[in-house]
Design a protein around this ligand. Structure first.
Ligand code: ADP
Length: 274
């Protein structure tokens, strides 16, 4: 009697285990496919500037007698080299945000500092395009997280806002505190008056290497990795990033992150001293 009862208990458990294993394998296969795609994408993205550099160096050699042409080709080589540098840097950033646990060295991070840093990063590009950058509401706000990763995320959003906007427009950064049932949040919204993003593209822009207009994105040094980094950072901090956009009018990217004080209240325990 007892044996029967045991086997009756074990049997459903066994089939559930098999099911779990199968699901696990499917998931493993999916991850493997994503990894393969990623490597293929990276290889392709690296080949493009390297191929261009190779062709341009040949052109320079052929044009040795024509200083003006040499100058022109050298200028284009510089652009390709910059693209390559950006790509490698973003790949490093992406692997860093994917591998490091951001909350391992999390701390309260001042929003006004994050915003100032992001603006600083784009100051040169904004001034060449006469784009005004303005920030508001950031005083006294603190988010909870990894300073470097949060700076990279916000920096990418502001950089995109400047990149995908015409000259003489405005980029606004507004922060505010929101009370939420699961703990207070800080919302940081980056608004531009740029080209906007269609509904179809809005679903895909957070994918690695997805670019609405690869030619335009390349011209600005874009890699298609920026928003993937932002999304990853937001999610691993227990937050999110969303986008609102109207084509031809502009876009708003909104980061929502746990407020530092809220995390402190929730995790007040001897194991999580703050
Ligand atoms: P990239 O390095 O190409 O900018 P991202 O991952 O940062 O890559 O962005 C993906 C794509 O989303 C961009 O190529 C661009 O087409 C679009 N995009 C991102 N931000 C904006 C924006 N503020 N306005 C319009 N389009 C944007």
């Amino acid at each position: 009697g007892e044996a029967l009862a045991v086997s009756a208990r074990v049997a459903p458990l066994g089939s559930r285990l098999v099911l779990l294993l199968v699901e696990d394998l499917t998931e493993a296969r999916r991850i493997e496919a994503v990894r393969r795609d990623f490597v293929a994408n990276v290889s392709h993205e690296l080949k493009t500037p390297v191929g261009a550099l190779s062709l341009l160096s040949e052109a320079v050699m052929d044009a040795a007698e024509d200083p003006e042409a040499v100058h022109r080709f050298a200028g284009r080589m510089q652009i390709e080299a910059t693209r390559l540098t950006n790509l490698v840097q973003e790949l490093i950033d992406l692997s860093r945000v994917q591998n490091d646990d951001p909350l391992e060295d999390a701390e309260p991070v001042r929003v006004d500092e994050l915003v100032a840093e992001a603006i600083d990063r784009c100051r040169h590009q904004a001034s060449t395009k006469q784009i005004t950058m303005a920030a508001g509401g950031t005083a006294d706000l603190h988010v909870w997280g990894n300073r470097g990763q949060l700076a990279a995320a916000l920096g990418n959003l502001v950089e995109n806002a400047v990149n995908y906007s015409p000259a003489r427009t405005r980029v606004g950064i507004a922060a505010r505190h929101i009370a939420a049932p699961g703990g207070a949040l800080i919302e940081i919204a980056v608004t531009d008056q740029g080209i906007g993003i269609s509904e179809k593209d809005r679903e895909r822009i957070f994918e690695r290497f997805y670019r609405v207009d690869p030619a335009r994105s390349r011209a600005t040094g874009g890699t298609g990795l920026g928003l993937a980094i932002v999304k990853h950072v937001a999610a691993s901090h227990g937050g999110e990033v969303t986008v609102w956009s109207a084509e031809g009018q502009g876009s708003t990217f909104t980061l929502r992150l746990p407020e530092a004080g809220a995390v402190r209240d929730r995790d007040r325990s001897p194991h999580h001293p703050v």
